[in-house]
Each structure stands twice: as structure tokens, then as C-alpha cells.
Design a protein around this ligand. Sequence first.
Ligand code: ADP
Ligand code: MG
Length: 748
Amino acid sequence: MSLIKLKDIGKIYVSEGNVSVGIRGVNLEFNIGEFVAITGESGSGKSTLLNVISGMDTYEEGEMFVENEPTSHYMQVDWEEYREKYISFIFQNYNIIDSFTVLQNVELSLMSIEDSKERRKKALELIERVGLKSHIHHRGSKLSGGQKQRTVIARALAKDSPIILADEPTGNLDSKSSKEIIELLHEVSKDKLVIVVTHNEEEVKDFATRHIRIFDGKVDFDKKLSEDYYVDSEKPLVLADNKKKSSLKSDIKNGIKLGRIIFTSKPKLSIYLCLLMIVGSIALFFSTVGRFTGLSVIDEGVFNHIDGRVVISKRDSSVITDNELETLSKDTNALGYMHYDYLLDESYILWVARMEGDWPMDLFYEFDYRYGKTYEGSILGRYPEKTNEVFLYLPISEVKAFGDKEIITKEIYINQCKFDVVGVKYYYDNRINPEILLTKEGYELCTALANLYFYNSITFEQVSGEENFYSMINELIVSFDIPKNMIYIDKKTHLNNNDLNETAKITYKKSYIINEGFNGSESKEYVEYFDYTYLTTDESLIKDEFIKDASKYSLVCSPNILLELSYNIFETTYRQASLFYENDTEAEKALSQLNEKGYTALLSNTENRIDGGAALLFMIGNAFSFIGWIITIIFIAVFINLCSKKSILAFKDDIAIMRSMGIQSKVIKIATYVRMIISSLFGIIAMIASAIFIYVNPVANMLFAYIPYSNYILMIVGLMLLTILVTRKQIKNLFTSSVRVTLKGGAN
Ligand code: ADP
Ligand code: MG
């Protein structure tokens, strides 16, 4: 049995309509132990012959047998496997990977050794054997021709394949190096088949066991020179016992290793790819941040959701009393209740007066009111203890106004009533509404303030007269500076100018709307008369510039007066209350109990039923924003694809070399993915870094919508997908042309 047998082999090249014969009617047999020299004129078909034997080129005519097995039916994968197991190829132009070190080049052929230490040891041994010990870590591009060819031989030895094919291996070397290379080949040829194509018969004369001359694509003569090295190869070498396919696991392992080597071996290219991925992922990040801006608005419920909160009203629409609530709360095991829960469902614009340089700045901000709540983690200052104290839970963008080491802005106005800021806590998730914490009394006052704010008017009327000759709209303000039961009136504007005297009456009139949103709404009017005994004109009471200014258009009253006014209204009209339970699950259990007792009870997380039209608009809006997002992603993908194309194609030669060495395409493909994925990891890091930057930085925090953690996972998956898609496309480009076309074989 022969190792390789060629039977009537013919290879024809067709290019641009020209047909040229590579080789024709070639009948040859080769065996282990032979050292074959092939000579012939340029263009006679020597390279073609080697290419056919190596499986790098297909043949059209005849049949090639490998250990008696025909190969004409072989597919690309079969040839790859054949090359991997049988062939080491040595080219005239060396074909080592310039960007790899000698060690990496050799190790590339030792992929089959699983243990990396053993692999390293073997590689070093072989490098020493070809005399390159001092050049282990030199890159291929830094080696001389002879050193490159030695590396190639070490690589061939590393592979330990039965066949070594060398196409004019010394063609570019000086005579001394040539001699060394041939000797080296001879030295390793004892248990292998070595076929050397050469110009120079002389240099192989002493070593060759056989001399074949090719002329015009045919075998001119085939001469045996010695029998010395003949080894009987009756038993199959490779095919029979080595047929097992490489496992997916080891393919992946080798792919990852190779990918890492590729990544580090071309640092400039890798940095470029990393930058590209960084740009891509930051673009993805910002387009995602953009997508989530303004989208979460509609999905809000009827009530502000507080875990464990149940909102009740009586089924007969009558007013709920405090006693009633107390028992109800006990009977249903509630943690507590809030009778006038109006503010829980209001987002309030808070008028913040703060000093910025010398100029007072007004900030309108939305706040939620809560009381009895604490926050996790450290806070600045403390929680409120007095009625006029507040604690603010603010987005980090407000850090400039309120300070981070001590509280800078100490005063805020809620519906024109000044409160003291005693504590602050900042948060980074800018989807959350700011919150303001108060004491129970403070909360009640704020509820009264909110009640006061709309639809009220104050009228001065003469007791004797029929006409109201002086009225102010919306102008009763509250100050903690005013003593209990007092109303401050600015003498100059309100008394002197309008001829009011002590016989006049002051009427407080308020139109209000009952229970908007839950039990329907109903407008009513409330009237209260203030006696003159309430009034003070003592200017020294007013210390605050703002109140002083406002008092020209308003009456300023003590908090208790406002509370009385408002709660008088509430007591007869407010028909809703909130009960609080451990959590929503507990709250849900209480619902049926409350229903039995004659209440309509709703969980605070009850969804707002948006009507069909709005829902449709929302869906359309959502769809558009989603499509926009997808288009952005496609755009980024195209961008990455275009920018990486050239740099990846620069790898074509290296890949061809790897394939000529018999490294399977799938391993190289895995390596290509690995390299791109490593690059995209840098992108992910950049994305996370920019996320941290923009959310921690107060100014940026205000500008960009905060996105939930789950979306980062989505983005990372998206980026990975993108990387894989782009790489897949590039790989298609890389693997279209055959190894031979890329490498152009040996020189003609
Ligand atoms: P050698 O190596 O002996 O110099 P080759 O085997 O390279 O010769 O070439 C043999 C013949 O095949 C030449 O006539 C050459 O022009 C032709 N040939 C080789 N490769 C190709 C190719 N890729 N396309 C077309 N013709 C080719
Ligand atoms: Mg040639």
C-alpha cells in the first residue's frame, strides 16, 4: 500500500477564458521514508503537483488515493481534515505569520495538545531543534529568510504529519542557509515522506532518494537514487486509527486561545477595533437612553402607588369620620391610616427660593408628599421633627442647590409658605419623582395649603354697604412667623388706600371640588368671616423679604387659621381615605373585608384605564420609538461593519497560512469571533463607564433619562448580537477564496 497514489491526475486552470494545463496524466506513488526531489522548468507544473498532493488545489482528472482511499468525492471539510492530519507545507516565501512570535507560530501547530504547559514545552524543544532558541519571542517580521524557514520547519515538525511538502523552500535563501535548511529537512525525513521542489538539483543531490523531473505538466522521468530510507508502510498510518473528529469542546478551546493570540499579536489593529466597538457601544447606549426618554409617562395609575396602600370611600358616598377610620384600621389589621390623603396623589410644584450668587433663583419642581418615611443609606442632615421642617429626597442634579456636605439651601416655599430644610438625600435614578418628607402636622398643613391654593378669594365688605368693593383672588398666605390666630394685614395697601375701617368685614370665600377622580367631582363654595380682632398690622412680625413683598397683595395668616379653614371644609366634604398595610399582598387580602363593610376599596397600584384612542396613540408612539431604535442599531451595525472590513481583510493572508497549516476553518472562525468579542468587551466597559459618568454627574444626570438595569443586559446582548452578525459577514469575505489563490502557492 502506498501513502499517496496519483492516477492519471490532471489539473487545468481556466482564467479569463484562457485554459492552461497545470499537470496532466500524472501517475506517481509516494511512500514514507522517501526524500523526493522534484525539478523542472518554470511553469512546468511542479507547484501544481504539490498543491494537488497537499489538497490545497482540487484536480479535475484522475484519482488521488490517500492510503488507498479515493479522494475525488472530498468536500472542503474533508480536505481540511486531510491537511490537518497529513500535510505540512513549506513555501518559498516562508508563510509564517509575521505578527506572531516564533513561539506563537510554532504553538499554532500544537493546538491539539490540550495542556498549555506541555504545549509550550514541546514548542520550545522544536524551536531548539531548528536552532532558533535565541529568537523565541521575536516576531515573524523581524526574522531573516533562513530563520523564517527554520520556524516553518519547526512548525512542520510540531505538527508531526507524515508528509512534508516543500515548494522551493530555499529559493529566496543564500547558499549557506539553503544548505542548512535542506539538511534540516533531511534530518527530519527519516520517518516521513518529504517532497522538495527545487531549481537546484545540486543542493539535494546528496540527500534525495528519488528524483522526479516534470516537463510541460507531465512526468519526464522518475529515478530512484537510493533505497536507504525505504520503510515498509503496509500498515495504515493515519486514516485507520486517527479518524476521530476533533471535538467541539477542543475546537472552542483552541479557537479561544487562537483568538487571544490574534488579538494581542496585532496591537494596532486591535486597538482600532476596540475603539470602533467603543464608539459603537456608546452610540448604542445613547440611542437607548434617548429611546427611554419620555416613554414611561402614561403608564401611571389613578393613585400614587405606595406599597400596602388601599384607597377607600364609602359606597353610599357619605363622609368618613376619624372614629370610623380608627376602628376600620384596627379591624382589618392595618398599620395606619390617613384621612385626608389628598396630597398622596398630587405631584406638587415646589417653589424653591435659593441664593445663586446674589440673585434669588426660583425653581419649580415636582414633589411627592409622604410622612413617617425613612430612606436607606446615609442622609445629609436629619429627618423633620417640627411642623415647619422638611426633608428632601432629590435627584443628584439638585446637589448644587442643596449641597452635599452641608445643606446650603435651607428654605423652600410650599404654596408660598416657607419651610426649613433639615435633611437631604440624593438619588441617581432620574425616573423617580422627588419627594418631600414632613411631620404629620407638617403634612396636614401642606394638605391645607394645597386645598387653599385654588379657587379661593378674600373679600373686604362694608358691614353697612351692599357691594363688595375690594377683593383679592388666591391671596391668603401662611407664615410660621405669625402668632397663633393672627392675620397680618399690610396697613398701607389694604387699609389706608381703600378707606376700610373697623366696621368692614373680611370674607374668605373658597370654591372647591370634592374628591376629584374617585367618586366623581362636585363644586361647592365655602364662606368664612374673619373678625377684626384677628388682625395685626405689626410690621415687625414679618422678617422674610418674600412675605413682606407678598403681603402687599395678600393677607398673611398663622398656620392654625389655615388648618381650621381647610379642615372645616374637609370634614364635611372629603369622602376618601387611605389605609396602610404591610405590603400590597396584605393590602389585597383586606380588600374583601373592606368591601363587606360597605366600602369601595382599591389598591393604590390600580392601573389607570386609558381610553382606546390614547392607548392606540401610545402604542403607535411606542412602535415608532422602537423602530427608530432598531434603525439606529442597524445604522451602528453598518458603521461597525464598514469600518472593520478593511482591517479584518488585512487578516486574510494570515488566515490562509493557518488554513494551509491544516488548522480547521471552524477553529479560525471561532478565533475571529473571539477577537471581535474581546474588542466588544471594551465597548461594554466604555458603555458602563459612560453610564456611571452621566448618572453620577449632576448636570448630565438631569439631561439623560435613567434606564433600568435590565436594559443594560438588553444592550449588552444587543451589542454581542451585533458583533456576531458583523463578524459573520466578515468571515464570509475571509473564507470565500481558496487557500491557494490567497497564498499563490510557491513562485512559478
Ligand atoms: P511551476 O511551479 O513548475 O513553475 P506551476 O505549477 O505554478 O509551475 O504552473 C503550471 C502551469 O499552470 C503554468 O502554465 C501556469 O501558468 C499555470 N497556472 C498555475 N497556476 C495557475 C492559476 N492560478 N491560474 C491559471 N494558470 C495557472
Ligand atoms: Mg512553482
